[in-house]
Design a protein around this ligand. Structure first.
Ligand SMILES: NC(=O)c1ccc[n+]([C@@H]2O[C@H](COP(=O)([O-])OP(=O)(O)OC[C@H]3O[C@@H](n4cnc5c(N)ncnc54)[C@H](OP(=O)(O)O)[C@@H]3O)[C@@H](O)[C@H]2O)c1
Length: 319
């Protein structure tokens, strides 16, 4: 995280930017950073949004509806499109392969067609699940080999971008957490809620990766936009950790006893989708090319806690 004056150097100004999935966690964080100084056109499935801004428009749109989406983008004539919308439930993607493919691949191909017609620069958000987790740490040029259908769909979208003629960037991320109103619970929400409700927890100690504060990812994407950086970028928190150890740190941050969390193995969960064991990212490229140094776990959790308290105060109760 950067002081305001340093950060402002990397925030685009006076651009027309479409954010798909604007009501989701990352979408809201992007809106928060970009909205004050840009024309933001948010797209999401819900009939309405709580997002506001001096120059903000909202479109209820399913990005799998190709002609509707392309017509909308042609009318909007954005300079940038950031596609955060996705089917993100990895087990759901295993069960609903058709839906997953339509949202995570075909919709990206509609966006590519729209970008082709308008000259827009497309930023696609992708995932560490394009890797099999056997050879960490992963750099952007490492060989991909997804284990499950979610990772396969996100890789197919990356490949569609690679095969296109448009200007694009791919921001791969992982274990996204953060605070925003009306979002689906992320890993930190889940652990915090369970501990607050008095439950003890068993969490896997054989899945390792870099937890990522959504504010950091949004900031990284703003830098990519501002610097018009093309290609693939790994954007995640700076530290790698097992889910079990991360859960213990969450407990400590919220004043709970970390020994209420016990380790367990992924195999005993019998989940539909296989998960990579260790998909730790190398961050050299974002450090060097966009001068970005995302926060570590303790700092990220502190920011999360502050934002949660602010949100609870604003809502006059619990989130
Ligand atoms: N969360 C993670 O740990 C993680 C890890 C790696 C990569 N990523 C990637 O990061 C991106 C953002 O994740 P996130 O956690 O911010 O996701 P999120 O909170 O689930 O937000 C996604 C938003 O997109 C909307 N959406 C879904 N399908 C849509 C469609 N067909 N048309 C229009 N909008 C649609 C969702 O609406 P509904 O809520 O109504 O479905 C939601 O508002 C995704 O591309 C994801 O693949 C996430």
């Amino acid at each position: 995280m950067f002081a305001d004056d340093v950060l402002q150097k990397f925030i685009p100004y006076s651009e027309r930017i479409v954010i798909t999935g604007c009501n989701g966690l990352l979408g809201q964080k992007l809106h928060q950073l970009l909205s004050p100084h840009n024309t933001i056109i948010g797209i999401d499935l819900q009939p309405d949004t709580h997002l506001k801004g001096p120059d903000f428009q909202y479109h209820t749109l399913d990005i799998t509806e190709g002609s509707e989406l392309i017509d909308a983008i042609l009318e909007i004539q954005p300079r940038f499109i950031v596609n955060t919308a996705a089917l993100t439930g990895v087990d759901l993607c295993e069960e609903e392969k058709d839906l997953c493919w339509r949202v995570n691949v075909l919709a990206v191909e509609h966006l590519i067609r729209a970008a082709n017609k308008t000259g827009a620069f497309l930023v696609q958000v992708s995932t560490d699940y394009v890797f099999n987790g056997k050879n960490p740490p992963y750099s952007e040029s490492d060989i991909t080999s997804p284990l499950g259908f979610y990772g396969k769909s996100k890789l197919a979208a990356e490949n569609s971008l690679r095969g296109s003629d448009i200007e694009y960037a791919i921001a791969r991320t992982q274990i996204l957490y953060g605070v925003a109103p009306q979002i689906r619970p992320n890993f930190v929400d889940f652990i915090r809620n369970k501990l607050t409700e008095g439950e003890n927890l068993s969490i896997v100690d054989d899945q390792i990766g870099n937890p990522t504060l959504a504010d950091d990812l949004a900031e990284g994407i703003c830098r990519i936009i501002q610097l018009r950086k093309k290609g693939i970028y790994h954007i995640s928190g700076s530290e790698s950790i097992s889910r079990y150890d991360f859960a213990r740190k969450i407990a400590v941050q919220f004043g709970e006893d970390p020994d209420r969390i016990s380790p367990m193995k992924t195999a005993s969960l019998n989940q539909k989708a296989p998960r990579p064991e260790d998909s730790t990212f190398r961050l050299d490229k974002i450090n060097k090319e966009i001068a970005f140094h995302p926060c570590n776990i303790v700092d990220g959790l502190k920011i999360y806690q502050q934002q949660l308290e602010q949100l609870q105060t604003a809502l006059g109760g619990d989130n």
